[in-house]
Design a protein around this ligand. Structure first.
Ligand code: ADE
Ligand code: ZN
Length: 324
């Protein structure tokens, strides 16, 4: 089974590029840019990665991102993730970035997007890896702030395929961003949103009905509503599930309690993704391996999960045919 997991060409649909910042690169950039980080060595960093919920992770994740300042920093960050794609046999990836995390520190939008984009162009040239970029609004900030971010993105519409919604979920429901998602839709962006990660399934209904999203990020709380499960199945709405993340952030206490097999058996369009792999102990293959070691998944289940990613990707039907 582990052989099959490693050999299958895969797609990733839920990956925060800032969440792929490995401690080694964090230290190198901290020294180069003279930005202090609250750790004395790599071991100290790893020890700090001990989360009790989403917010305890986000506090550390935003602090880590402070070391990213120049276009080269964003290039190196993205390139290191691409090398992990090669190792994990990921042939297509859709990458989230959080512009507000950087623009709030005075790093121009242009620096961030150009560094990421150039690395992705090189990934295509060197490894044939295809990719898209999705810009996420930070939901703990205001809708007005999100509008400003959307305005900045309009001139990069050739580079940014979609917009998403991430950060602190509880208390920041999708309804808070209804108007900015409407404008993003009118501008032609694909739409996704984190929903039902920690917050209850009402957030998933809001994301579907008020934001008109094309995919739900996480969505594991949908299992609490039979009516929602039926709807997600009927619509074949993609759920980009992130098993390691859910365990590390205590959405489920143990791997054995993870509900991905139930979602899959019910007929939902679920895929496996790594979310913030530098913080959650592993990239794509490790997510599959952990599932395999803790949950009864057949070879067909693994193949279905992988196929669902390609089916749900923001790529042309022609490219889908090639990949499927
Ligand atoms: N930003 C990075 N990772 C996230 C997650 N798992 N949930 C919400 N926001 C995030
Ligand atoms: Zn996420």
């Amino acid at each position: 089974m582990i052989d099959l997991i490693k050999k299958l060409p895969k797609a990733e649909l839920h990956l925060h590029i800032e969440g792929s910042l490995e401690p080694e690169l964090m230290f190198r950039l901290s020294k180069k840019n003279q930005v202090d980080i609250p750790y004395k060595d790599i071991e100290d960093v790893r020890n700090a990665y001990n989360f009790t919920n989403l917010q305890t992770f986000l506090d550390i994740y935003y602090a880590g991102a402070n070391v990213l300042l120049t276009k080269d920093d964003f290039y190196d960050l993205t390139w290191e993730y691409i090398l992990k794609c090669v190792e994990n046999n990921i042939i297509h990836t859709e990458i989230f970035f959080d512009p507000q995390t950087h623009t709030a520190r005075g790093v121009p939008f242009d620096v961030v997007i150009t560094g990421i984009k150039e690395a992705l162009q090189d990934a295509k040239a060197k490894y044939g890896i295809t990719s898209c970029i999705i810009m996420c609004f930070l939901r703990h900030l205001s809708q007005e702030d999100a509008f400003e971010t959307l305005d900045a993105a309009l001139k990069y519409q050739d580079d940014i395929i979609g917009v998403g919604l991430d950060s602190s979920e509880l208390g920041n429901p999708p309804s808070k961003f209804k108007d900015v998602f409407k404008k993003a839709k009118e501008a032609g962006f694909k739409l996704v949103a984190h929903a039902g990660e920690e917050a209850d399934f009402s957030y998933i209904y809001e994301a579907l009905d008020l934001l008109s999203i094309h995919r739900i990020d996480h969505g594991v709380q949908s299992i609490k509503s039979a009516a929602l499960m039926q709807r997600l199945k009927d619509e074949q709405m993609p759920l980009t599930v992130c098993p390691n993340s859910n365990i590390e952030l205590k959405v489920f206490e143990t791997y054995k309690e993870h509900n991905i097999k139930e979602l899959l058996d019910y007929g939902l369009n679920v895929s496996v993704n790594s979310d913030d792999p530098a913080y959650f102990k592993g990239y794509m293959n490790q997510n599959f391996i952990n599932l395999h070691e803790n949950i009864e998944l057949s070879e067909d289940d693994i193949v279905t999960l992988v196929k669902n990613s390609f089916k749900s990707a923001f790529i042309s039907d022609e490219l889908k045919e090639v990949y499927l």
